[in-house]
Ligand binder design. Structure first.
Ligand code: ASP
Length: 435
């Protein structure tokens, strides 16, 4: 093969989106494991290397990306509308994780064929703390110690508090040197976050081989029984998404708070939902989400112009919900059950970390590293679920943008900034419930 042939094969390979390459690696690795059986487990060290690379990213990702998220959250720049939106975003995200946990506790997606796949010895060596300890442990006594030890929740907590402190000082101080120092600090975090995303994609490139090796190992050990849990994981996520959209968005926000028909809302939000499903990025969907808010749902720009870009950055209900689903999936595989305190910690990590999750394809998978670390579970699980992530990511992203629109509708109603005579509200299959 000539040099230019090699180059063009490589270019063709690179032109396929990384998530699809990982999907193919997932399938090929699984087939290898099924065909070869036990000897395929020899590939495990390659999978372990991928897992180490993921671990390396955790603390820097939290620090840089959360600082970037918090930069947008200073109370006075948000104002009343902003605080209403942020409040609803936080509450709906917490409910999403709870629904994810509830539905998957019910289905136990990982317990049919993969249970005890990862030796319990790899799991938590110590007894899980009780609920009071989990809450107390959110606050680090030594922030740098928490970072050095990779303790996720205290690190997140400190970064959020520190970031808010920086924003407040920036607003209040007259000292130009301090102001510009803070701006430089945030700019550095911005640069650091960009650099970390680059590294993440580099690690994901290696993840193609890593996921291949991990799946060969899983199917080499567990055989054909390992197929069902992955199908169940997708099914669980779908059920949780339908429950969340139906109960929280349609029942709670649209009918409860805005007093409108759920069908009208869905018909007005349709374009954004379909776009999110197809492109797997809430930031990428933003122009469509905005046009749905404006043209179909009759929301004024002064509300959606602020709440939708903010939502695309900090509001990730589908992503947060997935953390709950994946946590139970992981617990099933480990053959352990999550205590209530653990599940509370999952909610806290998912809600806080979603502030810093970027609305780009696959970012929810990186966030899963935080939740698994918090629970003391092996990050190998990220590699296992990465293969089906192209499907899960679609469901997550669709929930993410639907949540942004539902919250924006309510905030607009609260601020008399929505025209309920607009097209979608009247075109709905069912007439509006209230005016
Ligand atoms: N792709 C999602 C989004 O853009 C984030 C995720 O991976 O969960 O909203």
């Amino acid at each position: 093969m000539s040099n230019s042939d090699t180059k063009s094969v490589w270019q063709q390979y690179r032109s396929v989106s990384i998530v699809y390459r990982i999907g193919v690696a997932f399938v090929l690795g699984s087939i290898l494991g099924l065909v070869v059986g036990q000897p395929a487990t020899a590939l495990k060290p390659i999978g372990d290397l991928f897992v180490r690379l993921l671990k390396m990213l955790i603390v820097p990702i939290v620090v840089f990306t959360l600082l970037m998220g918090v930069r947008q959250l200073s109370p006075s720049s948000l104002g009343r509308v902003g605080l209403q939106a942020v409040g609803l975003y936080a509450v709906t995200s917490a409910l999403a994780v709870a629904i994810g946990l509830g539905v998957s506790n019910f289905i136990s997606p990982g317990s049919r064929g993969l249970e005890q796949l990862l030796a319990q010895a790899e799991a938590r060596s110590t007894e899980a703390p009780n609920a009071v300890e989990v809450v107390l442990n959110i606050v680090p006594t030594n922030p740098l110690g928490a970072m050095a030890e990779g303790n996720v929740l205290p690190t997140i907590f400190f970064v959020v508090v520190f970031g808010l402190g920086l924003s407040l000082v920036w607003e209040e101080t007259d000292d130009e040197a301090v102001r510009s120092g803070i701006e430089t600090f945030f700019d550095l975090a911005d640069a650091g976050a960009e650099a970390m995303y680059k590294v993440v994609w580099g690690v994901m490139e290696f993840g193609v081989i890593g996921v291949f090796a991990l799946m060969a190992n899983v199917f080499g050990k567990a055989g054909v029984d390992a197929i069902l849990p992955f199908a169940l994981l997708i099914g669980t996520m779908l059920v949780a998404a339908v429950v969340h959209i139906g109960v929280v968005y349609l029942g709670g926000l649209v009918v409860g708070f805005a007093g409108r028909s759920p069908f009208a809302f869905l018909s007005g939000s349709r374009d954004a939902m379909v776009t999110a499903l197809s492109i797997r990025s809430s930031s990428g969907t933003l122009p469509v989400t905005m046009s749905d808010a404006d043209e179909n749902l009759g929301i004024e720009e002064r509300i959606y112009g602020f709440s939708l870009p903010l939502g695309a950055t900090i509001n990730m209900d589908g992503t947060a919900m997935y953390q709950g689903v994946a946590a139970i999936f992981a617990a099933n595989i480990m053959g352990v059950s999550l205590s209530l305190a653990d599940q509370f910690a999952v909610v806290a990590v998912a809600v806080l970390a979603s502030i810093g999750t970027a609305g780009v394809p696959g970012s929810g998978l990186i966030m899963l590293t935080l939740v698994l670390t918090q629970l003391g579970f092996p990050l190998e699980i990220v590699g296992l679920v990465a293969g089906v992530d192209p499907i899960l990511d679609r469901i997550r992203t669709m929930v993410n943008v639907t949540g942004d629109l539902a919250v924006t509708t309510v905030v607009a109603k609260w601020n008399s900034a929505v025209d309920f005579t607009a097209e979608a509200w009247n075109d709905g299959v069912v007439p509006s419930i209230a005016d």
